[in-house]
Design a protein. Structure first.
Length: 159
């Protein structure tokens, strides 16, 4: 398992009674209940999956973090064009934050359209440009508080 996960769990995430946990077939946010910590679950042992799910956690507010998968919808592969455009709108911010996390660990980043079932997804170039624009804005203005704390923790643990 990645050494930086233990550092995140023991520092930043522990302040929110949350743990980052890998080894799952699908990513999922399990809200805290019954005294158990919340879990940010990521796919297998994939660093990019962990960083992407962390970015979603950073975007979700306190109320959203009380619901499994933050109470959001998710449409799997094979989305309609309208569903894909909605996906692009809600993914700009988390993917811009994820790009910062990748940079902190010196891991290559590429946007994810997360719709492998559809070839030639309409709007993917515009989506990529929007993620880059938001990334640049965060570099200039600074990341939101939780994302900034995670970024500093990751950068401190870079190989």
């Amino acid at each position: 398992m990645h050494h930086w996960i233990a550092a995140l769990n023991d520092t930043v995430l522990s302040d929110y009674d949350t743990r980052l946990v890998g080894g799952f077939c699908e990513p999922f946010y399990k809200a805290s209940r019954g005294g158990a910590s919340a879990e940010i679950r990521f796919t297998h042992d994939y660093a990019r999956s962990a960083l992407h799910e962390l970015a979603h956690w950073c975007v979700a507010g306190k109320v959203r973090r009380q619901h499994d998968d933050y109470g959001y919808w998710y449409a799997p592969d094979g989305r309609t064009d309208a569903q894909q455009q909605l996906f692009f709108r809600v993914e700009v911010v988390p993917q811009a934050i994820e790009k910062h996390f990748c940079m902190a660990l010196d891991i290559p980043f590429a946007v994810s359209v997360d719709n492998l079932g559809n070839r030639g997804v309409t709007g993917s170039a515009e989506f990529s440009a929007a993620v880059d624009e938001r990334f640049a804005r965060y570099r200039h203005e600074g990341l939101p508080e939780r994302a900034a704390r995670i970024f500093r923790c990751l950068r401190a643990r870079r190989k």
